[in-house]
Design a binder for this molecule. Sequence first.
Ligand SMILES: Cc1cc2nc3c(=O)[nH]c(=O)nc-3n(C[C@H](O)[C@H](O)[C@H](O)COP(=O)(O)OP(=O)(O)OC[C@H]3O[C@@H](n4cnc5c(N)ncnc54)[C@H](O)[C@@H]3O)c2cc1C
Length: 615
Amino acid sequence: MTSSMCEKQEENQYKVFVESSEPKELLPLPSIYDYIVVGSGPGGTTIATRLALNNFKVLLIEAGPDYDDGVTRTPVFWPSAQLNPKITGHFHPYTFSEDDNITIDYPRGITLGGSAQINVMVAMTANPSEWDYISQVTGDYNWSSEMIKRKYLKLTENCQYCTRRDNDKNKNGWLNISIAAYRDPLPLHQTNPVLYDLLDKVKSQYQFNPNINYENFYDSYFFGPESVTEETGTRGSTYRRIKNVQSMKKSNLCVWTDTFVTKLIIDPRTKEACGVEYVKGSYLYHASPLSSSSSNSNNIRKSSIYAKREIIVSGGQWMTPQLLQLSGIGDRNLLRQFGIRTIQHLPGVGVNQQDRLESTYVVKLKSGVNMAGIRSVNCTYNTTHVDPCLIDYIKHPRTSPYSANSGLFMMLQSTQPIRPNFPDTAYVFLPLRFTGFRENWVQEAFQYPVGAYLTVIVNLARVTNNLGSVRIQSTNAFETPLIQMNRFTGPSKQIELNRIKQSIWYLRNLILNSPFSKYVDYEELPGSNIQTDEELEQFIREYVWSHHACCTAKMGNTRKDPLAVLNSKGQVKGIKNLRVCDISIFPKIPSYYPFMSVITACEKIADDIIKRAKY
Ligand SMILES: Cc1cc2nc3c(=O)[nH]c(=O)nc-3n(C[C@H](O)[C@H](O)[C@H](O)COP(=O)(O)OP(=O)(O)OC[C@H]3O[C@@H](n4cnc5c(N)ncnc54)[C@H](O)[C@@H]3O)c2cc1C
């Protein structure tokens, strides 16, 4: 090679033009971008839009379509959004290990906006100690809770309940968060008397927390914050953020959807990342129900595109490590198995995977009891030709039951007092039959009217099992990787099982041993036949689920920690001009619900990128 791969930009740029299946789309674009961002979930959206607003030329590449409809926008329809094969992919990780051969359906958004287009919109910040931990392991003060809190306040400037700055005209925060109960002018005992009675018992045990995102370090009950735009009652998503920034800075933010990045272009001699190889086409990735399982990226001619400054990978917890491994960044033994030349030996890529442990407590309510509240009585959830609540939603988006995810309230509880100021368990109360994200849960749940069941999700934060892993199974970039959750293994196995057991026993007591029990017909899950610790443990093993997998390309001290993939600025160890920013960068699973942590973290990394570019 006479010159380095990264110097050949012009030549390959020409190739993009002649090889692309859609040359017209590429023609008017600037020939070379400052940055290429791969993946448009909360991580990629945050980075790409911040850079575009700072007048850099950004190309955001997304495998999924540019898709938006009334269902994705309407908060209450989140279960239907997950049923949409155009935007939702399904992974099937092994619950334990490959040898046990037990898999679970695990939805992810593969669409413009990423999983934030199909998620449940619960918008919670991480505990201050979680940010301080990142600051401590990376030695970067900008990760401290004090510094991160400033970012959060800036991001949520438009949130009326968060900052109580309604009169401030100079509000630029893009993260829309609101609380349905606060939008309703009627008092709870009028809108939902059944819930009011349930809260009566809760109030005797827990303090009410009016703003959980401001103070989340004590046990409390609260109404769940959601990423819903208050005025319009719609999903306040990453998708909207992309569209808004495009309308403001059209020439700075170029978005390619239905485009799959198969490999990062890295010069093996200089270890400099300078571009990506990609294929244009819809539903190429095998996680998509609409993909053809025989499609193989190795048999398709690829195009390439280059960036002047940096490449940022934001593909999420599984697709990010997969892309790194396919590009020669990962454990050299794994790469060798597939004949991939190692550019940077980083054994931390694809390990350290963590996920919450979630379980559900479900009771069927007596006939005539409506847990969803009086405004929901006539709702058909878009299953009939005329849905009175949909009409009401269009007229009254602030107060309609459709302008919220239908969550009733939440609680934070400390079950392990060993670490003060960090409640370790969240409970989410829902007025429907929800058994967790598993095959056909939506079809099963909606066999019963909304309001006929009460479900409580037990959501463990602070899990310490980090033995999950993700690794490529072939060099076909369209093939999903091998994902092993390795639940209930390692030293924390019994602690975590005990924590869930304790929570389920607690809920049984809270619901059946209180005046609220007058509304209950029977306990469906775990069911009255489960009476002993052993029986409950068996139930938990069968029913455990989760949906916040993370931490597979973690930040850390890259000099001391051999498993650290990134430094505190999201830069990949040993590779120039390559960063990662998404849910995979966290050393430990963040918060109770992670997407706000991803956004806040990527705002911080966007600052780092901008600082590097300017000075
Ligand atoms: C069903 C469900 C419900 C959830 N509910 C909540 C909730 O209520 N609250 C909460 O805080 N969190 C929730 N989450 C989690 C949250 O949505 C995710 O943690 C968050 O979206 C992660 O953001 P990300 O940027 O890391 O990745 P993602 O959102 O997964 O986005 C990654 C994007 O990158 C694209 N991509 C990947 N690889 C490539 C490639 N090679 N080429 C091109 N494009 C690529 C993907 O198509 C995808 O669009 C939920 C998640 C799911 C799946």
